[in-house]
Design a binder for this molecule. Sequence first.
Ligand code: TRP
Ligand code: SF4
Length: 400
Amino acid sequence: MYAERVLSGMRPTGSLHLGHYHGVLKNWITLQHEYPCLFFVADWHALTTQYDDPHGIVGSSHDMLVDWLAAGVDPARAILFIQSQVPEHAELHLLLSMMTPLSWLERVPTYKDQQEKLENKDLSTYGFLGYPLLQSADILIYRADKVPVGEDQVPHIEFSREIARRFNHLYGREPGFEDKAREAVSKLGAKRARRYDELRKRFQQEGEQVAVERARALLDEVPALTPVERERLHGYLEGTGKTILVEPGALLTEASRMPGLDGQKMSKSYGNTITLREDAASVTQKVRRMPTDPARIRRGDAGDPDKCPVWQLHQVYSDDACRDWVQKGCRSAGIGCLDCKQPVIDGILKEQAPMRERAQPYLDDPALVRAIIDDGNAKARGLARETMRDVRDAMGLHYR
Ligand code: TRP
Ligand code: SF4
């Protein structure tokens, strides 16, 4: 079958904050060591809600890319690209739109949710309704089987699976499939071919699941098969025809518990963020101004860390010894709140130091970012083109 592949995208929101780092980027950085990865800027997706003000998107995309690189996303390991620079996404989106029932789009939960949430904006647009379908095209065009996303995006992955299934069902029967499959069977050698046919019959006539597994194992033993032939024989075996688009799976990213400056989840819309590369003076000032246990009015009042957002940050940044010091010192009024905040400030600055360092060359020379993206766009485009060739073939859309 197709190789394992991870793909994820982010809408360009400009500078990222520590919540993005702990919630998303750290996970990408782990994944890039485990799988071939593609990470992209979903600039067209930004347009679905920002169609009235598109001019900031390019700048936001650049800033976000610098933050990815700063965080440690490694262009030598992962392909980094920009959605709109791989126009094949749009072609696949269009072709999929022809076979996508409106009702499927209307029932995606984010559709109504987001419309209600952003009620001051007219989102009764064609593009916004198609948001999950564009996302499906993003995923399916790379035949990505692993899509790291947060919980809110799981319905979109499920939707992509349904779209892939529908596409394969409609167009998976390539013309001459039977002949091509028989030709591939003959490459197995007489003995294996006989065994394959027997197992195929046992599955298709008796529904024996083990027969499928045995036949697959048998196919694995034949290195001479090309990936396309192997794929074809899988389809022939199960009577499903050809898998043109691979059904993706969600790799659920654990919800980030990264607290913001006020104890709520860190989020731009709450105005409680610290950006990834925020300067030291500003970080210090923001933490020093954080609210604490409201009952601790004077230095002599004892406090309760459970009622204090600073304590939540200690859980991210401090070791056991320090946390113990906070617990005891707070409850006995042995330490002041500014004392208590210092290790948090130190922890954040320490985390940010390598990010600032990694970002510097890109800030000094933005052409470096462009070079990385040019390279990523070209690689992504190569993969996207392969899929589009198969898609057009399956639909009979080739004028040669
Ligand atoms: N919708 C995603 C989000 O808002 C961004 C996105 C677009 C995406 N296309 C994707 C994520 C494909 C994963 C795969 O977070
Ligand atoms: Fe919060 Fe620390 Fe002050 Fe206690 S001592 S109220 S945990 S900042």
